[in-house]
Design a protein around this ligand. Structure first.
Ligand code: CMC
Length: 442
């Protein structure tokens, strides 16, 4: 019996009773207990027994799966990966360890870590034919569109890791995705600026290698700044996984049909691109640039509060965190470290960001709605200081989140309870009516 099966949502020895006021009938629903977090009412037999669906657009009260990967307590600002807190991981660990942890369930020992890093390092090159694929894109294509297309195309290049029923092939696909994503992302950048692609270097660590592939040019040596590499690695850790968010749920839903892992990760990248999700880091920088000066921050906060104006403060608010985003706190510290190291003392965008943070945190509208700066509020400032164009910000998020997506995908495939995801709906359209021939339509 697999690990997932042995502990699948333990009954809490309790039930939840619902009474249907239309018929007077009562229904007893099992309550399942996790290791942390709220109990879960099991509604799997609900339709069969009651002839009703549950209704929860946006899944605000619905658990879509059982998972052992990541736990969030939004009220307390807690984020745990396999039980380890994000603050401790960001402080003491590195991204390769976090990848191993998410994929395998435990932190690696020395030998396991060495072997994992070796595997990832030696999978970082992409098939040479893939370089021609890039040339089909316009030079001004958004790198997220390139990332999405190229990742989907990996299935056409790595046909020996598409059999999702084979654990070995699943593992190889996972390693390939984690290893190649920095190469693919850096190539998307190089293509957009018209510079030659830079091959991965096996003597560099994961984040260093990504920086080199992005910023090195063949005409001169490139030295990785260790503070910048550390900040990059930490940024990857902070974005590695985040429970059942929109893109992760998209990966799981796509994978539930048996689609190959490359296609599923491409679907996750597409979902991440939206400004309410991973696209927010790019939107934050655009917003700060649009505000332009500290004196205009008040005006912008006023707009964000106006119900007749669709404008929202990008980088503020979170569906789950209603106290603070623990990733944002680490990112804030990292932001100051990087700006200090790079000698950026008076960054006008940082000044605007700090003023915005100050005003919003004191404003009743934001306080009452528990809208705090999220991880994307600070990450854009760091990435800009390192030299990334705003269009690359969400690409970096996708690069880091790939390990979370693939770990969640793997967990789902290995879960004996797994079924194709198929939500139902509340239909409010027309009732059955006879077809009207064209000549008789008004
Ligand atoms: N600016 C102004 N008002 C806001 C904001 C904001 N950024 N976010 C939420 N609100 C208001 C919203 O208008 C609503 O007010 P009212 O109760 O008066 O109608 C209330 O707060 C609750 O908002 P909601 O839309 O019901 O909350 P949600 O949980 O569905 O949305 C969110 C969460 C992240 C989509 C939203 O806060 C938002 O759009 N934030 C800006 C985009 C952003 O920064 N996204 C990155 C999220 S973190 C990275 C990631 O995990 O992807």
């Amino acid at each position: 019996m697999s690990e997932a099966a042995s502990s699948a949502g333990k009954p809490a020895n309790n039930t939840f009773t619902l009474t249907d006021n239309r018929s007077g009938k009562s229904y007893s629903l099992p309550v399942l207990k996790g290791t942390l977090g709220p109990d879960v009412v099991d509604v799997r037999k609900f339709y069969g027994e009651t002839d009703c669906f549950t209704f929860d657009p946006g899944f605000t009260s619905t658990g879509s799966c059982e998972s052992k990967l990541t736990f969030i307590d939004g009220d307390k600002g807690v984020l745990l990966h396999r039980g380890y807190s994000i603050d401790e991981l960001a402080e003491h660990s590195d991204f390769m360890e976090v990848c191993y942890l998410l994929l395998n369930g435990e932190l690696p020992n020395r030998a396991e870590k060495y072997e994992f890093e070796h595997i990832i390092t030696h999978h970082s090159m992409v098939h040479e034919q893939l370089t021609f694929f890039y040339r089909g894109f316009r030079r001004d294509a958004h790198p997220m569109s390139i990332l999405c297309g190229i990742t989907g195309a990996l299935a056409a290049f790595y046909g020996d890791s598409l059999d999702i029923t084979d654990p070995h092939q699943r593992l190889i696909a996972s390693h390939r995705l984690i290893a190649k994503m920095p190469t693919i992302a850096a190539m998307a950048y190089k293509y957009s600026v018209g510079q030659p692609f830079v091959y991965p270097r096996n003597d560099l660590k994961y984040a260093e290698n990504f920086l080199a592939m992005t910023f090195a040019v063949p005409s001169e040596p490139y030295h990785v700044n260790p503070v910048v590499a550390k900040a990059m690695d930490r940024l990857f850790i902070l974005h590695a996984d985040h429970e059942q968010n929109a893109s992760t749920s998209t990966v799981r839903l796509a994978g539930s049909s048996g689609a190959n892992p490359y296609a599923c990760i491409a679907a996750g990248i597409a979902s991440l691109w939206g400004p309410a999700h991973g696209g927010a880091n790019e939107a934050v920088l655009n917003m700060l640039q649009e505000i332009g000066s500290k004196s205009r921050v008040g005006e912008c906060v006023k707009r964000a509060k106006d119900k007749n104006d669709p404008f929202r403060l990008m980088g503020f608010g979170h569906r789950v965190y209603k106290n603070y985003d623990p990733r944002a706190q680490v990112m804030r510290r990292s932001c100051h470290e990087v700006l200090g190291e790079l000698g950026i003392k008076n960054d006008p965008l940082l000044d605007i960001a700090m003023e915005l943070e100050r005003i919003a945190l004191e404003d009743d509208y934001f306080v009452e709605r528990k809208l705090y700066p999220n991880v994307d509020f600070y990450s854009g400032i760091i990435l800009k200081a390192i030299g990334f164009p705003t269009s690359m910000f969400t690409v970096l998020f996708a690069l880091a989140r790939t390990v979370g997506w693939i770990s969640q995908w793997k967990e789902m495939i290995e879960d004996p309870q797994q079924k194709i995801g198929r939500p139902r709906q509340l239909y409010t359209g027309a009732q059955r009516r006879p077809y009207v021939p064209l000549a008789m339509r008004g």
